[in-house]
Each structure stands twice: as structure tokens, then as C-alpha cells.
Design a protein around this ligand. Structure first.
Ligand SMILES: [Zn+2]
Length: 122
């Protein structure tokens, strides 16, 4: 991949990484204040646990995304960015443009989504 192109991806990924880091830590704080409110008013408990669950799921997916972004940045440093981590083929340029933190080429992504890849969830 061209160095200039790689720099652009790096910049985009770093910006996303910072945003996600902020979101993830803010979500944790929101979860804590939801706890305090629950202690204050037991009648609101049901609504509160719903809110907490929502926040939990939200922060989980954002944390996962953050991890993918960080892995992509590591691949940039190691010089393997743009290659599928499973088969080593080049990831389609448009796909990479849309989802720079993607780990797989389209064929492997489909395999991973169908659970056909052994290391997909590790
Ligand atoms: Zn692949």
C-alpha cells in the first residue's frame, strides 16, 4: 500500500480510537451514576436496570470496536495493514475505505459470520 494512503488510514483510525476511548469511559461513568440513582429511589429500579443494561451493551460493542481499531493500528505499525488476518489476501480497497478496522477479506468475513472459522471468536 502507498505510504500516503497508509498515513490517511492511520489518521482516521487514530481519530476513531480517541473518540471511542472517550465514549467508552463516559459510558462507564453513566453506568455508575445510574447505580447511585437506583439507591436513591427504589421505585425507579426497574427502569434503572433497563438503562444500565442498555449502557452495558452499548459500551460492550464500542469496546469491541475500539479493540478492532487498535488492532488495525498495530497492523499499520507491523506493515500488514490491508491484508486479511486469516488468509493474507489483500482486503478490497473499497471495503477498507468503508471499514478501515476490518480484519478479514469479504470471503473470510462471510466465513466468520457463519461461524465457519475456527479462530473467529477468539
Ligand atoms: Zn481472507
Amino acid at each position: 500500500m502507498e505510504k500516503k494512503k497508509l498515513e490517511q488510514f492511520k489518521k482516521r483510525l487514530e481519530e476513531r480510537q480517541q473518540l471511542l476511548r472517550k465514549t467508552v469511559s463516559r459510558t462507564v461513568q453513566d453506568g455508575r451514576s445510574a447505580d447511585e440513582e437506583a439507591a436513591q429511589d427504589i421505585a425507579d429500579k426497574a427502569a434503572n436496570s433497563y438503562t444500565k443494561e442498555f449502557l452495558f451493551h452499548q459500551s460492550t460493542s464500542e469496546r469491541q470496536l475500539l479493540q478492532l481499531v487498535e488492532e488495525a493500528l498495530t497492523r499499520i505499525r507491523e506493515g500488514s495493514f490491508g491484508e486479511c488476518v486469516n488468509c493474507g489476501n489483500e482486503v478490497n480497497a473499497k471495503r477498507l475505505e468503508a471499514v478501515p478496522w476490518t480484519r478479514y477479506c469479504i470471503a473470510c468475513q462471510e466465513k466468520a459470520e457463519k461461524g465457519l472459522m475456527e479462530e473467529a471468536n477468539t
